[in-house]
Design a protein around this ligand. Sequence first.
Ligand code: PAF
Length: 287
Amino acid sequence: VDDSPPLRWIHSIDEIRGLVNAARGRGERVGLVPTMGALHDGHRSLLVRARGENDLVVATLFVNPLQFAPGEDFHRYPRTEQQDGELCAAVGVNAIFAPSVETMYPPASCTRVQVTGLEDRLCGRSRPGHFVGVATVVLKLFNIVPADVAYFGLKDFQQAKIIERMVADLNLPIAIRLCPTVREADGLAMSSRNRYLTVDERAQAVALYQSLQLARSLVAGGERSAERIRDRMRRTIESRPLARIDYVELVDPQTLEAAPEVTGPTVAAVAVRFGGARLIDNELLVP
Ligand code: PAF
């Protein structure tokens, strides 16, 4: 017999805040998993971990217009509320906070959060304003859902670092847990945007993962030159005719500055377009 309380869908700020504050008042620990919906096994792993570590688990489901530039995929971003609800219920999530755009951004709202230095490189270079949109909505969600701990995936490495920096810089009373990337059987990182791929693009998209594994094995074999590693990674990706490289970078994991040599922990990060999908992935290289 399943006697767990049913999943609650909540659309109002007062209601979710009331629920969370009441739980914390009872001494319960609250976990938050912010998402844009279109949930996959990567999200599931965050939710399962949150379920295991907290008394109350809140997922947020909000396709945040502020993090999409004009011409990006805001309007066609997959919206799969019913399946998202089923996945959350199966994991034992207590509440989904799914606000409207008007609730999150009333007409007069104009405050923006900029994590300077970290937001204009890597993905920020080809998606100007993206991380201002991410930092702004995540800070709002932290204020609306005053949780003890929030969970993010490491697939979005730059996003994860920006959120950690924002939490430290603004002294936010929330712990951040970064969780490993979940992959398809062939290594492709799970992403809501994988649904944009055609069959041929999907087959070739494994090149991102293969380029990162190549970087790993080059470093394990003693290679230290970032230029040579990047060159080999680019060649791996470019061998797939449908791939259009956005960037292939080796960076310092904290500052996200380009690393000329792999002399300490270094993140290899890639962004590649396949048709209408822009895919990202990364791997920590440890010499
Ligand atoms: O990673 C995402 O899904 C989004 O960027 C986030 C953190 C939910 C903010 O909209």
